[in-house]
Ligand binder design. Structure first.
Ligand code: AKG
Ligand code: FE2
Length: 369
C-alpha cells in the first residue's frame, strides 16, 4: 500500500558544479534554506574514520572517509556499504545544511538543554547518509522514539513504515528479541506496512516511534536529523523503556536521554505554573506528556537505589520536582472538572505530530532534471 502523504511542491534550484562536487540550494517558503556541498575526497577530511555497515553481513565496521569515497566511485563495487551514522554538527559542512525549521522549533535539545550542563550536549541533529543501491537497514525505531527528518539530496530511498500501535510495538519487541530476527521480514507480521518512496529533492518527516526499514533503491546521498519534542512524550518514554528491556547498547541510544527528561520536567513545571497564574489551560498533549513523565521519573529515581547510574542534573531536586509536577497536574484536573470535563478547544501548534501520530509529511522541491 502506498503511504497517504501530503505532498507540498515548492520552488527550488539545483546546481551540479562538477562530478565530484554537488551543490544544491533549496528554498522552502523562504524559511528553510538547504545548501549542501560535498564529496571532495581529496580534501583534508579524507583521513576521518567513519562507521560503515556491510549490508550483506549486517555488520558494523570502520573505514576512512577517503577510502569510502574511492569505493563509492568504483564502477564495480565488491560489496554493498551503507553509511548512516556520520554526525557532522562539529564540521564545516554543518554550516551548509540547515535543519528544517519545524525540527529546530520543537527540539528538546534546542529548547531545554542548558549551556552549563554537566553532561555533554547530545549531537544528533545532522547526519549525512551515503548508501549505494541495494543498501538495506532492517526494521527499527530511532533511538528514544525520536522523530526524524530525511532529505534526499540525490538518489532515492524507500521507507517501509509501521505505525507504533500498542499491538505493533508488542510484536516489534518480540521480533527484536527473537533469535531468527534476521530471517523474518517484520513487515509481514503486522496488519499494515506502508511504503513511501522518497525521491531526490524531497524531505520526509517521520513521527515519534514509527517502526521503519529503509531500502536504498538508487545510489543516494541524504541528510537527516533526530529530535525529541513535547507532542508525544508518552511514546518517547515507551520507546526508551523498550530499548532498556532489549538491552540496546548505549552507543545506539539517545545520548543522556534521562538527563534531558529531567531538564524537560523542570521547564514544563514552569510552563504549567505560568498557565495556572495566567488562568489559561495548557494544551492537552502537554498535560498528557507530563502525566506520562511523572511515573517514569519516579521509577528512575527509585532505580538509583540499586543501580546508581544517575543522570539527574545537579541543579535539580528530583523529589521536589516530581511533587511539584504532580501538584500542577492535580490542579489542572480539578479546574478542568469545573469546565464540565470538556476543557477548551486546543489548537496544536504543528499538525504534523498530533497525538494521533499518524501523519507523515513530504516536502518536495521542484527538480530541474
Ligand atoms: O538509510 C538507511 O539505510 C537508514 C536510515 C535510518 O532509518 C536511520 O539511520 O535510522
Ligand atoms: Fe531510522
Amino acid at each position: 500500500m502506498e503511504l497517504t502523504a501530503v505532498v507540498v511542491r515548492l520552488g527550488g534550484v539545483c546546481v551540479c558544479v562538477c562530478a565530484r562536487v554537488r551543490v544544491c540550494v533549496c528554498i522552502i517558503d523562504n524559511d528553510l534554506i538547504l545548501c549542501v556541498c560535498f564529496f571532495a575526497p581529496l580534501s583534508s577530511g579524507s583521513d576521518k574514520v567513519i562507521d560503515v555497515i556491510d549490508v550483506a553481513r549486517q555488520a558494523d565496521s570502520k573505514i576512512k572517509l577517503g577510502e569510502f569515497v574511492k569505493y563509492y566511485y568504483k564502477p564495480h563495487r565488491p560489496k554493498v556499504l551503507n553509511v548512516i551514522s556520520l554526525e557532522f554538527s562539529d564540521t564545516k559542512m554543518a554550516e551548509l545544511v540547515e535543519v528544517p525549521f519545524i525540527a529546530q522549533k520543537m527540539s528538546w535539545v534546542e529548547n531545554y538543554w542548558p549551556d552549563d550542563s554537566y553532561f555533554p550536549k547530545p549531537f544528533v541533529q545532522k547526519y549525512c547518509l551515503m548508501g549505494v543501491k541495494d543498501s538495506y537497514t532492517d526494521f527499527h525505531i530511532d533511538f528514544g522514539g525520536t522523530s526524524v527528518w530525511y532529505h534526499v539530496l540525490w538518489g532515492e530511498k524507500i521507507f517501509y513504515l509501521i505505525k507504533p500501535t500498542q499491538a505493533n510495538l508488542a510484536l516489534y519487541e518480540e521480533w527484536s528479541s527473537s533469535p531468527n530476527q534476521s530471517e523474518v521480514f517484520f513487515g509481514e507480521k503486522v496488519d499494515k506496512c506502508y511504503k513511501c518512496v522518497v525521491r531526490q529533492g524531497t524531505t520526509l518527516l517521520i513521527p515519534t516511534g514509527w517502526i521503519h526499514a529503509v531500502l536504498t533503491s538508487q545510489d543516494c546521498m541524504a541528510f537527516g536529523g533526530n529530535f525529541l519534542h513535547n507532542l508525544n512524550i508518552g511514546m518517547q518514554l515507551r520507546c526508551y523503556e523498550m530499548e532498556r528491556r532489549l538491552k540496546t547498547p548505549d552507543l545506539f541510544k539517545f545520548p543522556y536521554f534521562e538527563a534531558i527528561c529531567w531538564y524537560v520536567g523542570k521547564n514544563l513545571l514552569e510552563t504549567l505554573k505560568e498557565s495556572r497564574e495566567d488562568k489559561c489551560q495548557p494544551p492537552a498533549y502537554l498535560l498528557e506528556g507530563v502525566k506520562a513523565l511523572i511515573p517514569t521519573l519516579k521509577r528512575w529515581l527509585n532505580r538509583e537505589v540499586t543501580e546508581p547510574t544517575s543522570e539527574v542534573p545537579d541543579n535539580i531536586r528530583p523529589n521536589h520536582l516530581i511533587k511539584e509536577l504532580t501538584k500542577e497536574i492535580r490542579y489542572q484536573e480539578v479546574s478542568s472538572d469545573g469546565l464540565g470535563g470538556g476543557g477548551s478547544l486546543i489548537m496544536y501548534p504543528f499538525p504534523l505530530f498530533t497525538s494521533s501520530n499518524s501523519c507523515i509529511l513530504i516536502f518536495s522541491t521542484v527538480q530541474d532534471s
